[in-house]
Design a binder for this molecule. Structure first.
Ligand SMILES: [Zn+2]
Length: 317
């Protein structure tokens, strides 16, 4: 069923992130990659105790910011690039990409609501919260048209906007083979209560993978701090070609290297699957203003912390 609403990019169970966002027709990851601990090196800052966080703030980006505060002339250094303004919320531009389009709506929930509707509502709430916190340059990116061309459009829009950060908002489903039948309001519908939870994706193909991972870790950490569990099925053999390497088993950050919106954006980019809408219980939660508030507060906290790591320690500055 989900295949009907998405581009038939390659496989029948296309009603789902994996197929919509693939940048190549090659499927899956090798088992070797799955078990490889090579990429399991989230930035220390994201995982370290908070005190260590401050001491460790000598990452190039934040070092640049500090030096900029002192004045490049006094230090006889070349003028820092726009990174110097990263911690100015009024100038920091995050693009909130609403996953899918009105005409290519993504997955269909257990109660027959399009993923696009969920994505739009959540992204709007995140936008409101970020703007309320002073991130005036936040942009909601709603794209039109068919799935595949829309990917190129949204990447181009984010690049043209010279965004500092790109966050794509989605809601999760399952491969078609997991779907079960039920009736909702007299209509034959599909569900799978087997999996639930959020997940966060980054691509090694992004030109700034390290910063993408840093932000992904902050988002995932905030989701976890809100008491949410991450979706663990992507590591399971039962997912077959839909398996993805788990980069951090504490927080639920996965890599998905071929996703176009993550690899072709010229700024750090992260994709958040906020929760499952094919799971009947979780769909109800994802449909509630309370859950949207929890997730949007978490994302806002992650952006603040990304923008200024002191926030994590001191709260609002
Ligand atoms: Zn999606």
């Amino acid at each position: 069923m989900a295949a009907l609403v998405l581009l038939p990019i390659e496989v029948s169970d296309a009603g789902w992130l994996q197929d919509v966002f693939k940048g190549s027709s090659k499927q899956g990851k090798s088992p070797k990659q799955l078990s490889s601990p090579k990429h399991v090196t989230p930035p220390k800052r994201a995982n370290s105790p908070k005190r260590a966080t401050l001491a460790k703030s000598a990452s190039p980006k934040h070092h640049t910011v500090k030096l900029a505060a002192l004045g490049p002339a006094a230090l006889n250094l070349p003028a820092p690039k726009p990174l110097a303004t990263m911690c100015d919320p009024s100038r920091f531009r995050i693009v909130l990409d609403v996953g899918h389009t009105a005409s290519s709506e993504g997955a269909i929930s257990a109660r027959n609501v399009a993923e696009f509707v969920f994505n739009q509502r959540l992204a709007q709430r995140i936008e409101e919260k970020l703007k309320a916190e002073g991130f005036a340059e936040t942009r909601l990116l709603v794209t039109e048209g068919k799935a595949r061309p829309s990917l190129v459009k949204r990447v181009a829009a984010a690049n043209d906007l010279h965004a500092n950060l790109f966050l794509s908002i989605h809601h999760d489903s399952v491969p078609d083979s997991f779907l079960e039948n039920w009736e909702f309001e007299g209509k034959k519908s599909h569900f799978s209560d087997r999996f639930s939870g959020y997940s966060v994706f980054v691509s090694h193909g992004n030109p700034d993978f390290k910063t993408s991972l840093l932000f992904a870790e902050l988002v995932a950490k905030e989701m976890k701090a809100q008491g949410l569990q991450y979706a663990q099925q992507y590591t399971q053999a039962v997912m077959g070609r839909y398996q993805h390497p788990l980069l951090n088993k504490e927080t639920g950050v996965y890599s998905y290297d071929k996703l176009i919106v993550l690899k072709s954006t010229r700024m750090p980019a992260v994709l958040l699957e906020a929760g499952s809408i094919i799971n009947r219980d979780e769909e109800l939660k994802m449909d509630s203003p309370e859950r949207r508030d929890i997730i949007s507060s978490g994302v806002t906290a992650a952006v603040k912390e990304f923008c200024d790591p002191r926030w994590a320690l001191l709260g609002p500055l």
